[in-house]
Design a protein around this ligand. Structure first.
Ligand code: GRF
Length: 241
């Protein structure tokens, strides 16, 4: 993928954002025989979930989403799942006695759906070792800052208040400590003088949607010891099946 977006120079989005590592291949090397099976966990809007579903539909990401797990019955993510025809399971954290009990049920549900990779896309609960142990080195999260800066909640506000001039987003492995696991991919987003939390968050989300699909492919390829283009091609509509 390229590191510069072709948008008019009058738009704040014309400021180039930088993605690292950059995936340069434009076609699938050899698409893997079996698509990755992604279990997505979301608590809110679910725009990252939808970006992943769209990348799959466009033939960019060689994957399937057998299930979306949501902990909030009012989450827009549930509506998006319905629109995409993706099965969803509501596991309301308030009905579980402990974080571990919730995570045990999540792990069981994901396993029942044959999930290999767990994708936390706006999951607003701290996860426990119970879930991490069920999917060792196969859980990814997206966070709206350039980690290790600004982990935890209100990362966009933290970045604005700190006065840094560049922020961004990070896809990383999930470890027990919040937003702490090894980094897979990042995109940098310049902070503008006139930015508010809402405007900065909106520009960061554009980059989140851009990097999450290739980051999943990269992590899966590293684990399988194959080329990332086995699972990802930036060429839209390059259908593999
Ligand atoms: C994203 O900004 C992500 O970085 C953070 O939660 C937000 C989820 O957004 N972890 P959405 O629900 O995918 O729209």
């Amino acid at each position: 993928m390229t590191s510069h977006s072709a948008v008019p120079t009058s738009s704040p989005d014309s400021i180039p954002s930088l993605v690292s590592p950059i995936l340069v291949a434009s076609t699938f090397a050899t698409p893997a025989a079996t698509p990755l099976r992604l279990g997505v966990m979301a608590s809110g809007s679910g725009s990252n979930f939808e970006a992943i579903a769209q990348a799959i539909a466009d033939g960019q990401l060689h994957a399937k989403i057998p299930v979306l797990i949501c902990n909030n019955r009012n989450a827009k993510a549930l509506e998006r799942a319905e629109r995409w025809g993706i099965p969803s399971v509501l596991l309301d954290h308030r009905t579980f006695a402990s974080r571990e009990d919730l995570d045990r049920q999540i792990a069981e549900t994901l396993k029942q759906h044959g999930v290999e990779w767990v994708i936390m896309a706006g999951w607003m609960r701290r996860v426990t070792q119970v879930l991490i142990d069920a999917f060792p080195d196969q859980m990814l999260n997206i966070h709206p800052s350039l980690l290790p800066s600004f982990p935890g909640i209100r990362a966009v506000e933290q970045a604005l208040q700190s006065g840094v001039k560049i922020s961004g987003c990070t896809v990383h492995y999930v470890h027990l400590e919040v937003d702490s696991g090894p980094i897979v991919m990042q995109a940098a987003v310049p902070i503008l003088a006139e930015d508010t939390p809402a405007t900065l968050q909106a520009r960061i989300q554009v980059q989140e949607h851009r990097i999450f699909p290739p980051a999943i492919a990269l992590a899966a390829a590293q684990k399988a010891g194959v080329d990332p283009t086995t699972f990802f091609s930036p060429l839209a509509n390059h259908k593999v099946s």
